[in-house]
Design a protein around this ligand. Structure first.
Ligand code: 3PG
Length: 206
């Protein structure tokens, strides 16, 4: 499968990609199970906690879960995340070093873009799929509509994240260039697995 098709497979797998900040590895599997049971099977584990790499390994054991690493800031972290079992990578921003590493290692990678220049850099480096981050503070849906008017015809697709909630995610998904949305609301507030199950079920995805 081509690189771009594999990225699409990650983005199209579930409409919401939860952005997970997990402190306690013991909660990793139950939370992943709750999300998968509710129809959310693409999980972004941010490298923002000391437990993150272990959490990636644990969540990867959950049947049906596709686990990636988020907040990947440099090639070394990408390497560590791959060794922990992460199957895709997400960054808050874009650097040539990270894009090169992802392409060299053939791992699906969504770099963060906040404006037209970031997207143009990504296009120059050979990418067509981007995170739009932080989505709300960068102008929200009107801003992404503006960027889509320019880049949509080139086949660019986005995963907006940052400030998206249960109340707004469908509005974002209605944009033709939006493949999926990211957000932390399903697990925010150190939610227990039971609470995550409740919030996920309420989305009515299955
Ligand atoms: C992030 O990387 O933190 C995500 O964009 C999540 O943003 P949110 O907490 O506003 O959903």
């Amino acid at each position: 499968m081509s690189y771009i098709k594999r990225l699409d497979a990650v983005m199209d797998r579930s409409p919401i990609m939860p952005v997970l900040v997990v402190e306690d590895v013991a909660t990793a599997r139950p939370i992943a199970e709750a999300l998968v049971a509710g129809g959310i099977s693409t999980l972004e584990v941010t490298l923002r906690t000391p437990a993150a790499l272990e959490v990636i390994s644990e969540m990867s054991k959950v049947e049906g879960a596709l686990v990636g690493a988020g907040t990947v800031l440099n090639p070394k972290q990408m390497d560590q995340a791959m060794k922990a079992g992460a199957k895709f990578m997400v960054s808050p921003g874009i650097t040539p070093a990270l894009v090169k590493e992802a392409l060299d290692r053939d791992v699906p990678y969504l770099p963060g873009t906040a404006n037209a220049s970031d997207i143009m850099m990504g296009l120059d480096l050979g990418l067509r799929r981007f995170k739009f981050f932080p989505a709300m503070t960068n102008g929200g849906i009107p801003a992404l509509k503006g960027l889509s008017a320019v880049f949509g015809s080139l086949g660019v697709r986005f995963c907006p994240t940052g400030g998206i909630t249960e109340a707004t995610y469908k509005d974002w998904l209605a944009l033709p260039t939006v493949a999926c949305v990211g957000g932390s609301w399903l697990t925010a507030g150190n939610a227990s697995a039971e609470e995550v199950a409740k919030r996920t079920k309420a989305l009515g995805l299955r």
